[in-house]
Design a protein around this ligand. Structure first.
Ligand code: ATP
Ligand code: MG
Length: 445
């Protein structure tokens, strides 16, 4: 099983991760550059401070009279010292120190230039022919804190960058895919019988080849279906005349012969020819029903048509049809001829397959729901689901070819409505019921 991914989600996530990683790389690079530059600035400050203090310290030391001890520089105001210093002679004897200094961090003998221990950075400078040394120390933690602070400040924009990038990408993709979504909706909205090409002009370029192929496929499908339909229609049409001729000749032979055996045989052949003729008639109806939309240009009142067809069947099966029609007209865009074919097939089925001694209920509501229900054996659900397919029949006792419900289904779907089959019929414990909503509009298709 393949897991389906959303283009929007994948691109949104990966582009955001990419932007975040690039930003982090940028922050690391900036941190390294900042550290290098800051070190230079701090070193220069260290050197500058040493060079500024040294002459003052020398003056102070040389001005001491007979004073062999060391001095601590006076504290002007209580404060923390970042820079501390020692002034010593070449043998390491302490001459002057800043007030907050820790002499242990310095080496035993003074050194010149920059050097570093694990905790401090130092700068040493000598004066008076290398007899007085100043060493100035700065804690490394101070430098690290400064670099860290600068780097963390650079990370703050990430907090905004991640959601902005995610939503930005999501929005751009949503906008770009809008035409694709519109296309999907338009394909979804068209009925199964609409095989006209799909408009591709406003699609993003990447999708165009797909839709061009789909259109080519639709065109091939349309031609194949058209060929099948015209073949069915033509064959059914061409069969009608020879069938009628054969039937007429058979009836003449039947009338002319006195032989009982031949009479019974011609009767059997006549029955077969009639079945064949009915089949060709049904195939013709099916080809027409599947040929296209069953809608007409104008609204028509379908109640009188239903009444007229019921009257026809009343003559065939007196007293069996129970009609329940609305008082008002039921206007619909369903083509009257297609409606008549649909109703005839449903009534014929109910009379033929329903219990012979029980009535057939035909009802039409003001909203256009047509129901044809009859009593009789219950059709099992698994068979019921297949009955609307061509040449599928539930029982073999009755006459028929299994095309009637396929015709009804084709007309209903061509008009944008649906056929519902139920067994047992609603409000009954047995029987069969077919339901179609016959009020349809152009927008439903
Ligand atoms: N009103 C009904 N009551 C009971 N069974 C039905 C009813 N209508 C249809 N059926 C079942 O569904 C099957 C298919 O019906 P359909 O109208 O497609 O074909 P048919 O009536 O057998 O033949 P045709 O209509 O082509 O002459 C029928 O053979 C029958 O078994
Ligand atoms: Mg039928």
């Amino acid at each position: 099983m393949t897991t389906k991914t959303s283009l929007q989600k994948t691109l949104g996530t990966w582009l955001t991760i990419g932007v975040t990683l690039l930003w982090l790389l940028g922050v690391i690079a900036s941190g390294l550059v900042a550290r290098h530059e800051m070190n230079e600035v701090f070193d220069s400050a260290l050197e500058e401070t040493a060079q500024r203090i040294l002459p003052l310290a020398v003056t102070d030391i040389l001005n001491r009279e007979n004073d062999t001890g060391h001095h601590r520089a006076p504290v002007l105001k209580d404060h923390n010292e970042y820079l501390t210093y020692l002034v010593r002679n070449p043998s390491g004897k302490l001459l002057l120190q800043s007030h907050d200094v820790d002499p242990d961090i310095f080496g035993a003998l003074p050194q010149e230039g920059f050097f570093e221990t694990s905790t401090h950075r130092f700068y040493g400078e000598a004066a008076v022919s290398d007899t007085i040394y100043i060493e100035i120390a700065e804690p490394l933690a101070h430098r690290r804190a400064a670099v860290l602070e600068a780097t963390l400040t650079l990370l703050i924009p990430l907090l905004f960058l991640i959601p902005i990038s995610w939503f930005g990408v999501w929005w751009v993709i949503k906008r770009s895919l809008r035409q694709v979504v519109l296309l999907q909706q338009s394909i979804e909205a068209r009925g199964g019988s609409d095989l006209s090409p799909v408009a591709v002009d406003r699609l993003p370029k990447e999708f165009e080849p797909i839709m061009v192929s789909v259109n080519r496929l639709l065109e091939r499908l349309r031609r194949a279906l058209e060929a099948e339909r015209s073949f069915t229609a033509n064959s059914a049409h061409e069969l009608r005349t020879p069938l009628a001729t054969a039937l007429a000749k058979l009836q003449r032979l039947n009338a002319e012969t006195q032989d009982v055996q031949i009479k019974s045989r011609t009767g059997e052949i006549e029955e077969s020819l009639r079945t064949l003729s009915r089949l060709s008639q049904k195939l013709l109806e099916l080809a027409k029903a599947e040929g296209g939309s069953a809608l007409s240009e104008n609204d028509n009142d379908l109640v009188p048509i239903l009444q007229m067809i019921a009257n026809d069947y009343e003559r065939e099966a007196p007293g069996r049809l129970v009609l329940n029609l609305p008082d008002d007209s039921v206007m619909s865009l369903l083509d009257p001829d297609a409606f008549a074919i649909l109703v005839r097939n449903l009534m014929e089925n109910a009379l033929r397959h329903g219990a012979a001694d029980r009535p057939v209920n035909i009802s039409l509501t003001g909203e256009g729901t047509l129901r044809v229900a009859n009593a009789g054996e219950v059709v099992p659900p698994e068979k019921l689901a297949l009955l609307r397919n061509r040449f599928v029949r539930s029982d073999t006792k009755t006459l028929g070819s299994g095309i009637g419900l396929a015709i009804v289904e084709a007309i209903a779907s061509g008009a944008g409505t649906g056929l519902k089959l139920r067994s047992p019929a609603s409000d009954q414990s047995d029987g069969f019921e077919a339901e179609v909503n016959i009020v349809v509009g152009h927008t439903d298709v």
